[in-house]
Ligand binder design. Structure first.
Ligand code: 56B
Length: 368
């Protein structure tokens, strides 16, 4: 081809772009879905079952319709903050810095629990209850100045904030303090001490906000190399993504929660979603992994099994989301966040009814 003859394919792309049919997007990507698909394509211990994913899509959609699942569901939870203001942004940021690893091997009566409003709260809800209780006791636990003050915000104060009504202490307390310290320092150095400025630095892009958090905060940089896989880390970014999702839901997509690309947020790779996806037949474990999970063996953070579990769960929810959109093209407000929130709340109902068919996997880390 002589120099003055342009590549016909390039010309076609250009024509589509000029006709507005093809947006060469300037919008950032988090890379989470790309990494999840890579792990899925290379996984040998976790597989997806397409038939079950299709069935799950139909069941999830109809139950979400039945329960009128929407971003407003988030604020309806008793313990979640209700005001649409900066204090709720600060609360959610604090919560999602600490939103990890609540599981216990003790019995239901002996496991770590927070007593608040005449109820015992465990798991994720123990975190939310402890933060609400601390604020009512006059401890400025959601203030980043407090997190940086080594005289005021000591390990003993954190033990007081998370004091249990059983003999078991909240896991990883020292790691939680280190996360708060780091987050306070970064907010001071880059965002004038306020998580609102962090949100505003993303200019309304959910993906950009996730990327800013992964770039600036080590404690949010949930990315790991797949053992035996490519050199490029797999970005799972669970707590950065759930922070964006919680803000979006708490503010119902308005004000601080307004993100034009919120649908780029994926499901949050924790230890509950793989459990319910396996229970629904959507993901299957190889025999050795199945035995390890059922025997509650600890899976090291960043190990091949743990990475496959987390990443394939992200890919699974993406396939379920696509299937729901195929079955219901007019399904507005349907995204991976709402599917995820629904599945988490559902597995918690299953757990409360004592009907778990397989344990969740056991990994101790600050990532989820
Ligand atoms: N994928 C996903 N993971 C979630 C949540 C939530 C709570 N979100 C609330 C907000 C809106 C929803 O409607 C929920 O009410 C906590 N977690 C994670 O689970 C683990 C805690 O488990 P357990 O110890 O059993 O409580 C821990 O890693 C925690 O980070 C979620 O929604 N999705």
């Amino acid at each position: 081809m002589s120099d003055d003859e342009a590549d016909p394919e390039l010309l076609a792309l250009l024509r589509q772009h000029l006709r507005g049919k093809l947006t060469i997007s300037e919008e950032p990507e988090t890379g989470v879905l790309e990494g999840a698909e890579y792990v899925y394509d290379n996984a040998i211990d976790v597989a997806l079952d397409m038939r079950s994913c299709k069935n799950a899509a139909a069941i999830i959609y109809s139950k979400m319709q039945e329960k009128k699942y929407s971003p407003a569901t988030w604020s309806a939870h008793d313990l979640h903050p209700k005001t649409k203001d900066e204090s709720t942004v600060a609360f959610i940021f604090t919560m999602d810095i600490l939103n990890f690893c609540f599981w216990s091997e003790k019995s239901d009566t002996e496991r770590f629990a927070i007593s608040y409003r005449d109820q015992r709260w465990t798991g994720y809800w123990s975190l939310v209850a402890a933060l609400q209780r601390a604020l009512e006791e006059g401890i400025p636990i959601t203030d980043s100045h407090f997190w940086q003050d080594e005289e005021e915000c000591t390990l003993d104060v954190l033990k007081q904030v998370f004091r249990s009504c059983t003999d078991e202490e909240m896991p990883l307390l020292e790691e939680r303090l280190a996360c708060l310290r780091e987050a306070g320092t970064v907010l001071y150095q880059k965002y004038n001490c306020s998580p609102v400025n962090l949100i505003q630095a993303a200019n309304g892009s959910a993906a950009a906000l996730v990327n800013l958090m992964a770039r600036d905060f080590r404690c949010f940089r949930d990315e790991h190399r797949l053992p035996g896989g490519r050199r490029k880390p797999i970005r799972l970014l669970k707590r950065a993504q759930i922070f964006v999702a919680d803000v979006w839901a708490a503010f119902e997509g308005q004000g601080y929660g307004a993100f034009r690309d919120i649908d780029k947020i994926t499901m949050f790779a924790d230890y509950r979603l793989p459990q319910i996806l396996n229970s629904m037949g959507c993901i299957a474990y190889s025999p050795p992994l199945d035995v390890a999970v059922r025997q509650k063996k600890e899976l090291p953070s960043g190990s091949s099994w743990e990475m496959q579990l987390r990443a394939c769960s992200i890919w699974c929810v993406e396939l379920i989301r696509k299937e729901i959109m195929r079955q219901h093209p007019d399904a507005e407000k349907m995204n991976a966040i709402l599917i995820d929130f629904f599945l988490y709340d559902t597995i918690k109902e299953i757990e409360a009814a004592g009907q778990e068919s397989i344990p969740h996997h056991r990994t101790r880390s600050i990532w989820y």
